[in-house]
Every structure is written in C-alpha cells, then in structure tokens.
Design a protein around this ligand. Structure first.
Ligand code: C5P
Length: 396
C-alpha cells in the first residue's frame, strides 16, 4: 500500500511555463500508486508534450474534445467517471476565469463542468495577473463553488518579477493532494506539539543532547494538519522540513521549549509532547570554551521543568498526550507514566522499534486499556494516533 493506492486522478495541464512541474507531479502521483489520466489544453502543448506524460503515467494522453479513441465519443464524461479528483497544474489565469464562468469550450474545461468529483486548481501566473481584480473575483467565485485552490506561492517568477502567483512545487502539490484525501477528523481543533531533542549548552561549542530525530513528532504534526487541525509545532534542533500548513517555532534548550509551549498553549484543544526533553541541564554554562586540563572533571546538573506535567496541570488544560520511549517493560512504564502525569493518553514504544528510523510500532495506553497499532511508517502510525485522539475527543 502506498499513499495513493486505488486513487484515480485526472491531471489537467494548462498553458504556462510552470507546466514542466506537472511532469514531476505525474511521476510522484504514479509512484504513490495513483492511476493518472493526463489532459493537456492546446496551450499546454506549447510547453510540454503528450509523450512525456504518456511515458510517466503509462496511460494515453488526452487533449481533443473530439478524440476518436473513446469508443462512445464521450471523453469529456468518461475520463472523470470514477475519478477521485481533477487536479489542474498549472491553472492559468484564463483557465480560472473559464471554470469560474462555467465555460466548456475544450476537453479540460468540459471535464471540469461535467465532473462528479472534487476539483483542485494550482494557479500559476504573473503577480499582476494574480492581483488583478478580475482574477480575484474569479478566485472568490471558485471558492464559493467549492473548488479548492492550492497556492499560489510568493517568490521569483519566470518573467523576472517577484510576488504572489508562483506555482507550488511538485512535492508541495503532492503533499497537498495526499492531505486532501485524508478524513477531516480534527477540523476546527487546535493542536500544539513538541518534537525532536533538546540541546543543553555546556559552553559555546558543546552541550548535552540525545539521538531523537524528530521524525515521529513531525509526522504527527503533519497527520494532525492533514486531519484539518490548526497545528503549532515547537521543535528542538532537527534537520527536517516543516510539514505543509504547520506553524513551526524553533528552540534549542528545554528552557526555551518550556517557554515556547507556555507562550502558545492558550486556546489549544490538544497538546502532544513528543520531544525527547533533556531531564537535566548543566548548572553553569561557561562563557568561553572549556579547556582540557588532564584532570577529572565533574558536571553539576540541574533538573529541567517537566513541560508536559506543567501543561497537564493547567486549570484549562488541553487534552494532553505523552510519549514513553522505553527499552523494556513498556506496558508497566508507559501506564505508570500516564497515571503519574494524569494524562488521558500515552503513546508507548520500545526505543529499538522507532528511534531515528522511518518506521515505528507503538501501543496506545488510555483509561480503557492498551491498544497496539500495527508496525508501519511513522506517518501511518501518526495517522493512527491522530484518529485515536479524535475518537477520544469525541467521547469527551
Ligand atoms: O517524564 P518522562 O520524560 O518519562 O515523560 C516523557 C513524556 O514527557 C514525553 O511525552 C516528553 O515529551 C514529556 N516531557 C516533557 N518535559 C520534560 C520531560 C518529558 O514534556 N522535561
């Protein structure tokens, strides 16, 4: 099973220089298991050719409303029959206008009008075209009609100018489409998470830290965002990309993480503490690099605040979720932690099953008992955890 196994996507391409990115997107969609039918407008054909998409998708490419290859002559209906989405990449200003007005004068616009599936458009145009009141009117009309717009982003444009109108990258569009298909089980919820290790400075160049990669916390932030939540992620030092739509706050030490969480916690429905927070920090931080002396050295350590314990004890505490990474006796330690911190849910895992890797195997401990999730990628495990949280929130 991959991300889009069993999904049928009609990939529309209109005329714009960003059309070359549609080829990369087609590759990502197919690699993720989707069946992709490509439809090029006449103008798209000036930028990219059908052979590229045919080779990437393994399917015939369409552009003509009068194409004789469809036995019943109904390409405009048959191509979207059974489709899970039409995704138009790039969607030119002209195409936005056409769809907003319900025009149907070529195969792609006719497919959009005759569709029974969601329509997602990735606008790409010069910033003045995007800002033009006519385009903004069309954008408002499309939103009112239930069409989803992906982007545009701001940045450098093919014309040499810079501003809003630049199309999202293929990877971003891919992530957005995958998210689009996820059930919105956390819509209208606000979720705050911590992730990654902390770094406790000893001097300007050294410190105490741990091997947490941050992958599980980032996957959980992504899963919550995909499920429709508004997500804030307080992250220790990691080299991971911020999931789409997630607000990220970077911190280094446990003290900084503690402060960032307290600053952000108000108004959140859920707090998920995934970070591997250092239990202790050096009592003193040297202003200059500590020189070696050849004699034994003793480090004095001070306990760090327990961020999760403190949030769980707030008068208006959000629904708090803890993580317990153990090397043995998982059930006893994780359930013990849940009771000690008075948490409704603890996610337990054996460190040998998850630390640093891309897969994980976890057991969820709540007031009703323990619930193992099958071993899977961290994103799939994260979606399972998010679903469990959503279920518990509903019962509250
Ligand atoms: O207390 P212990 O470290 O065993 O609990 C682990 C859980 O508590 C994790 O969810 C971790 O993110 C959180 N934690 C925290 N602040 C600390 C230590 C742990 O939020 N100082």
């Amino acid at each position: 099973m991959t991300e889009l196994t069993g999904k049928r996507v009609v990939l529309g391409v209109t005329g714009g220089i960003a059309a070359y990115k549609a080829a990369e997107l087609a590759r990502l969609l197919v690699k993720a298991g989707a069946h992709v039918d490509t439809v090029l407008t006449e103008a798209a054909g000036h930028f990219v050719g059908p052979a590229t998409f045919q080779a990437l998708t393994g399917q015939p490419v369409w552009s003509d409303l009068w194409d004789q290859r469809m036995p019943n002559g109904m390409a405009h209906i048959d191509l979207t029959r059974g489709a899970d989405a039409i995704l138009v990449v790039p969607a030119s200003a002209d195409f936005l206008s056409k769809v907003a007005q319900g025009r149907a004068d070529d195969l792609l616009s006719t497919l959009c009008l005759a569709r029974g599936c969601p329509l997602l458009l990735a606008p790409a145009m010069n910033r003045q075209m995007w800002e033009n009141p006519a385009t903004q009117r069309n954008v408002a009309q499309l939103a009112a009609d239930g069409v989803t717009l992906l982007g545009p982003a701001s940045g450098e444009q093919a014309c040499g100018e810079s501003g809003l109108g630049r199309m999202l990258e293929a990877e971003e569009l891919f992530e957005d489409l995958v998210a689009f298909f996820q059930p919105k089980i956390l819509s209208h919820k606000r979720v705050l998470l911590t992730a990654g290790p902390t770094f406790e400075a000893l001097d300007p160049v050294r410190g105490l830290t741990n091997f947490s990669s941050g992958k599980m916390g980032f996957a959980l932030a992504r899963a919550c965002a995909e499920a429709g939540a508004t997500v804030t992620l307080v992250s220790g030092p990691v080299s991971l990309a911020t999931p789409r739509g997630v607000t990220r706050v970077d911190v280094r030490s446990a003290a900084e993480m503690h402060q960032a969480v307290l600053n952000a916690v108000d108004g959140n429905d859920v707090f998920i503490a995934v970070a591997a927070v250092a239990d202790y920090r050096p009592a003193q931080v040297a202003d200059h690099k500590i020189k070696k002396s050849g004699t034994p050295m003793t480090l004095e350590l001070q306990p760090n605040p327990d961020i999760l314990g403190e949030v769980a004890g707030l008068p208006q505490a959000p629904f708090c979720v803890g993580f317990a990474a153990e090397s043995q006796n998982l059930a006893a330690y994780a359930e013990g932690k849940r009771r000690a911190k008075k948490l409704p849910l603890v996610v337990g895992n054996l460190v040998q099953d998850g630390l640093g890797g891309d897969r994980n195997a976890v057991v969820l401990f709540d007031t009703t008992g323990s619930h193992p999730l099958p071993p899977a990628s961290k994103l799939e495990v994260a979606r399972g955890i998010a679903a469990h949280i959503a279920g518990l929130l509903e019962q509250r």
